[in-house]
Design a protein around this ligand. Structure first.
Ligand SMILES: [Zn+2]
Length: 103
């Protein structure tokens, strides 16, 4: 599916697409996180919140917008198989929110 990417890069993209990733919503389902919410915003820390809405990562989001060339971001646009994944992978790396991935 992601032929030109490393295994960790494929893993993080797949997990972002499936929402089975270490943001609070998913581990909370298994009682591995104390809350499903973003600690800053107090709303569910979903993939959408993480990539598109959380002010905690506004600087990284601005870099994402500049890299992609539009502020009209959507999960579909960011995670589609046919797009350049470098901006999203840089975002994940730069936020430090998913430290388990050595990207
Ligand atoms: Zn937030």
């Amino acid at each position: 599916m992601y032929e030109d990417l490393t295994r960790p890069q494929c893993s993080v993209l797949t997990q972002l697409c499936t929402a089975h990733i270490g943001l609070n919503v998913f581990p909370f389902r298994f009682r591995l996180a104390p809350s499903p919410n973003c600690p800053l915003c107090l709303v569910p820390e979903t993939v959408s919140h993480y990539l598109l809405a959380c002010p905690l990562f506004c600087h990284q989001c601005l870099a994402l917008i500049l890299h992609i060339g539009t502020a009209q971001l959507s999960l579909r646009r960011l995670l589609s198989v046919k797009v350049d994944h470098a901006p999203v992978l840089s975002y994940v790396c730069d936020t430090g929110r998913l430290p388990r991935y050595a990207l």
